[in-house]
Write a protein that binds this ligand. Structure first.
Ligand SMILES: Cc1cc2nc3c(=O)[nH]c(=O)nc-3n(C[C@H](O)[C@H](O)[C@H](O)COP(=O)(O)OP(=O)(O)OC[C@H]3O[C@@H](n4cnc5c(N)ncnc54)[C@H](O)[C@@H]3O)c2cc1C
Length: 577
């Protein structure tokens, strides 16, 4: 047995206990949120195993204007997807946090929620208790216990507007983004501590709150490589996990007295299940993996938000983000202002002015044709031929709800982010579905991430319409003052070829362990327990059956808050508002 260690962040793997009530795999956004809630009960002890490092206080983890600076560094898994024929055989890179705090440390800090229709779709797919009204208390709870007037929590707010043209002249369309009407133009909130104007993350929030509790241990730089299964009973039981600091390091083990909770994110949670013999038997057998549990949904239903840039130059833009790189005096003043007073342009990420629009708004002329094409297409049009029957059934159920969703006026499918003087245009309700699959039993080889973007032709049609609408915005009186010229794609290039050449992820992978009925390709039930396993839950972005039309972090926190309540043994729940 290991000697008992009464610390929190443990640097020596030998210093942990031999068993814990709960073992959480992944110390990211969802994992740390659940760890914080579980360790509120001093009788419960929790170990978080995190593959990444603890940060060293780098400025890109705190200053809003440097948000995303950790992408491509040692704090990023640096995953590359498989070549996609629909994208002219390009492989798209997918940044993912590999650090204590996970992707909440790498993200661009937009902190919004989807519309009522987004989460009601989750409920209507066979998940009672997961509609917008059910989730709202957990959105409000988030990391932070005290709600402010806008419902986004005291530690979160927006700051100085660095895009005055868009922000002041875009017509505010009355969007009430915190209570289920997340469509129209708005100034997006950011996850930001207003007392210091620094990033709020799972590291600065739940980790800081929980870190001095003696019942909370976090072991970083240790990758969980396998779940240890006991298959002797009617349901599989997870006895514990194996972990290693590197491919060549010795395997270590730790035992779970109650539950193992997977929070390794949409790519690695699915891969870890497959490495442990839980997944689509057809896929596992090909790898000579012993099939402990045939659960075809694992790794399927993978989807992500995706964007292109409509790039402009502007003759009449006096103040812009670019001044920070092109004007040394301006940049020095901004830096001094931030350091001395925590004010000024460096308090923003530069991408807070945004619009989420329904199909009928951005595709006025083509929305009927797009809806008809979706209805007429074979239900499995976007799926691989290898998709298991239950996954096909689940996709059919999604598509029938999509048709209603896309026809609605109060549900968005396209996002516009102002990045002066250009626009990022993101498809936030894609129909195409891909997969995440291990290709070897070596846990240090990244799984194949097959995005299959644009495999459903309707996605391309929506993006084409989205680009046309974006162009039209520059002709409105609000934006005409910029005297802007389109730089990319430029009128000589067709929108379609531009999309195929440049479409990229906007960093919201989801769906690979969907919360759905099992016969619809589900992996977890409404308590987020894995089907067929008595003590295994999944709490990360992989459980989203359909991506909401919003940036995902606030939804990830809300899901983790909701499941913490289910997980908590013998504790009382006092309400969340
Ligand atoms: C570059 C970028 C920009 C983004 N921008 C925004 C934004 O502006 N707004 C927004 O709302 N959302 C944004 N997101 C998305 C959002 O941050 C994620 O949806 C969310 O953080 C995912 O939370 P998670 O708990 O599912 O996974 P993560 O937070 O990624 O946590 C997973 C953790 O598990 C660890 N792990 C993985 N495998 C193992 C293993 N085998 N053993 C041990 N540990 C393991 C990882 O290292 C990681 O720390 C962005 C994401 C990225 C990457």
């Amino acid at each position: 047995a290991h000697p008992r260690f009464l610390g929190t962040h443990i640097h020596n793997a030998r210093a942990i206990n031999s068993s814990y009530d709960y073992i959480i795999v992944g110390g990211g956004t969802s994992g740390l949120t659940v760890a914080n809630r579980l360790t509120e009960d001093p009788k419960v002890n929790v170990l978080v195993l995190e593959a990444g490092l603890m940060d060293q206080g780098e400025t890109y983890f705190s200053e809003p204007s440097l948000a995303g600076g950790a992408v491509g560094t040692k704090y990023d898994w640096n995953v590359t997807g498989v070549a996609n024929p629909q994208l002219n055989n390009r492989s798209v890179t997918l940044p993912l946090g590999k650090v204590v705090g996970g992707s909440s440390m790498l993200n661009r800090m937009v902190f919004d929620r989807g519309s009522k229709a987004d989460y009601d779709m989750w409920r209507d797919l066979g998940n009672p208790g997961w509609g917008f009204d059910d989730l709202l208390p957990y959105f409000i709870k988030d990391l932070f216990t005290q709600a402010s007037h806008d419902g986004f929590g005291l530690l979160l707010r927006t700051s100085v507007m660095r895009s005055p043209v868009w922000a002041s002249r875009s017509r505010m369309m009355g969007a009430n983004i915190s209570s289920g009407s997340a469509y129209g133009f708005f100034w997006g909130p950011t996850s930001l501590d207003p007392s210091k104007e620094t990033r709020s993350s799972a590291r600065s929030g739940p980790y800081e709150v929980a870190k001095n509790r003696t019942n909370f241990h976090l072991l970083s730089s240790q990758q969980v490589t396998k779940l240890i299964l006991d298959s002797s009973g009617p349901e599989i039981k997870i006895e514990g996990v194996e972990f290693k600091s590197s491919s060549s390091a010795p395997v270590q083990t730790v035992t779970a007295n109650k539950e193992v909770i997977l929070a390794a994110g949409s790519i690695h949670t699915a891969a870890l299940l497959q490495l442990s013999g839980i997944g689509d038997a057809a896929v596992l057998s090909k790898l000579d993996q012993t099939v402990a549990l045939d659960l075809p949904g694992v790794g399927n239903n993978f989807h992500d938000h995706q964007y292109v840039v409509l790039a402009y130059t502007a003759a009449n833009l006096s103040l812009s983000t670019a001044n920070l790189t092109t004007n040394a005096t301006f940049a020095a003043e901004a830096q001094a202002e931030y350091e001395n007073d925590a004010t000024g342009p460096l308090t923003t990420t530069g991408t807070s002015a945004m619009a989420f629009l329904p199909l009928s708004s951005y595709a006025k002329n083509s929305s009927s044709a797009i809806l008809s094409a979706i209805s007429a297409a074979p239900a499995n049009v976007s799926l691989s031929t290898a998709a298991p029957p239950s996954v096909v059934q689940g996709h059919m159920a999604q598509r029938s709800l999509y048709s209603k969703f896309l026809a609605a006026q109060d549900a968005a499918s396209m996002e516009y982010i102002w990045s002066d003087p250009s626009l990022l245009i993101a498809l936030v309700k894609p129909l195409s579905r891909g997969s995440v699959t291990i290709t070897t039993l070596d846990p240090f080889v990244q799984p194949a991430v097959d995005w299959r973007a644009l495999s459903d032709p309707a996605d391309l049609q929506m993006l084409n319409a989205g680009i046309e609408f974006g162009r039209a915005l520059y002709g409105t009186s609000a934006l005409k003052v910029l005297e802007a010229t389109e730089a990319m794609p430029g009128l000589a290039t067709s929108a379609e070829s531009y999309v195929r050449d440049t479409l990229a992820t906007i960093y919201h992978p989801a769906g690979t362990c969907s919360m759905l009925p099992k016969d619809l390709g589900g992996v977890v039930d409404v308590d987020l327990k894995v089907y067929g396993v008595s003590n295994l839950r999944i709490v990360d972005a992989s459980i989203m059956p359909v991506l909401p039309a919003t940036h995902t972090s606030s939804t990830v926190y809300a899901v983790a808050e909701k499941v913490s309540f289910y997980s908590k043994p013998l504790t009382f729940f006092f309400g969340v508002l």
